[in-house]
Structure formats: C-alpha cells, structure tokens
Design a protein around this ligand. Sequence first.
Ligand SMILES: C[S@@+](CC[C@H](N)C(=O)[O-])C[C@H]1O[C@@H](n2cnc3c(N)ncnc32)[C@H](O)[C@@H]1O
Length: 264
Amino acid sequence: MPSSALISESGGLLWHAKALLRHRSLWSDFNNRIERFLSDWRAELEFGNGTKPEGLIVLGPSGGWCLPTQGFLDYFAHLVAVDPDPIAPAIFRRRFKRAGQTTEKDQSGPKPTWVPSTFERVLPALLTRHPNHAVLFCNVLGQLRYQDKKTLEQIEFELSQIKLALAGRHWASFHDRISGETKSANLHELEFFSTERVTTDTLAKRVARTGEWLDHLTESVLPEHSPRRFMAWPISRERTHWIEAGWVRRQPEGLQRGNASEGA
Ligand SMILES: C[S@@+](CC[C@H](N)C(=O)[O-])C[C@H]1O[C@@H](n2cnc3c(N)ncnc32)[C@H](O)[C@@H]1O
C-alpha cells in the first residue's frame, strides 16, 4: 500500500478513522441531505424523459461514508467504482452488507467492480466501455485542488472541462465549493437552492461571515444554467465545507446541442 494512501486527508486510514467517528453524529444531517439529493436524481432517472441508464460509474466513493446504504445504489443493475484508496473496497463492502436478510445474495448489498485508480486515468475508457451508464462524482472534484504538480489555474480549467467529456449522458456531482472555519460561517440556513451558477464571491457573501475561505475551484463544474443545491457539511467541529450538488440529464440524440435538462 503506498504511504500516501495511509495519510491522505481525503482517503486512506486517516479519512476512514474520522469518517467512522463522525458519519452518524456530526455528518448525519449532511448525509441525510445527500440521500435526498440522490433519491431526487433517481426519481428523475426513473420518471424523466431521458433513456434510463444501464448502470452507474461512481467516482471517489471511498467506504461510502456519505452515501445511503440502501435505496440509491440498488437501483442500478451494474456498478463500477473508481477510487485509488486501497482500503475503500473492504470498508464499502462492510458498510453496505445487510444484517437481517435471509439469503447470502440479499446480505451482500451492492457489488461494484472496483477500479483502484484516479478517475482522470480511467474515465475515458470507462465511458467508451459503458456508453449507457450514468456517472456520479462522489464528493471528489473539490479534492483535486490539492494536486501539487499543477497550477490552480490548470486545475480549475480541467474541472470546467469535465462536463464536455460527459455530454450526452446522465451525470451528477456533489463537490466542495468553499471551506473555512465553522466559527466564521453563517449557518442560519443549512441548505438552499439555485436555478443557475452561483459565483464563488456570491456564495462566500451568503455563507461566510468573516475569515479566510478556501476556494475548491469547482465553480464551473456544473453547466451554467443547471439547477443546484448547496449544503453545509461540518467536516469537523472546527471546519465547515459548503457542498454544491446537481445533475445533468442525458439528452436524446439530436437535442444535445440545445439546452441541457438538469436538476438539483
Ligand atoms: C472526501 S472522500 C469522498 C467521500 C465518499 N464519497 C464517501 O461517501 O465516503 C474523497 C474520496 O475520493 C478519492 N479520490 C481522491 N482523488 C481521486 C481521484 N482523482 N479519482 C478518484 N477518486 C479520488 C479518495 O481516495 C477518497 O476516497
């Protein structure tokens, strides 16, 4: 196991230890909001006009600490999970294993095919291989600003290009937008909606009172006119992340150059 997998803030042992301690307490309100977001997206996939996906490619699921253990992933007939963290699959299996079911099949929960890599390396090949799968970025895109071999401008540009690679398919993302000290946050509202892009300045004016806030460079991940929701995630007692979540619907052939149909 590479040492980075043991010490990374967003994956590896440190992340799992924090997640184990917090997912049912400090994170439970945020996790409920993510569950609602995913359930709304699932309803859109089921009852919206677009073609239903044949499976789901999940990027950065980790042990699924922020994902509902029932309901959402079960909807998809086939799952592919991409995460470089070598301990993620075992923790995921354990978290999603179901007690109280009679058959072994029911107990095992969703069984993704794991790809131990970064999505940047493997997503193009996975999209080609699974042309009718939906894609979910699972609280991962806001982490890309920590790559030290690229400038912030490069990272922001690459994040803004992801939607082009996903044109013509169902996809969704929830990701960090800004983060800062909880004592500097304005937490009068823990969730709000917007029908279009919210600039980082506007977001900061709304959710931050004082102090320095880190820009996670994800302002242009979702298409400009895509509805979205914002949720507070108290990652620790001291720090709060504001997460943006939205989805983009696959357009039928011939409509892909027109307005995308999207939701939050
Ligand atoms: C903040 S955690 C996500 C939390 C996760 N969705 C959950 O429910 O527990 C970020 C995850 O993304 C993974 N990750 C980081 N960079 C990645 C990349 N470039 N491609 C895929 N996964 C990545 C990390 O290993 C980690 O498991």
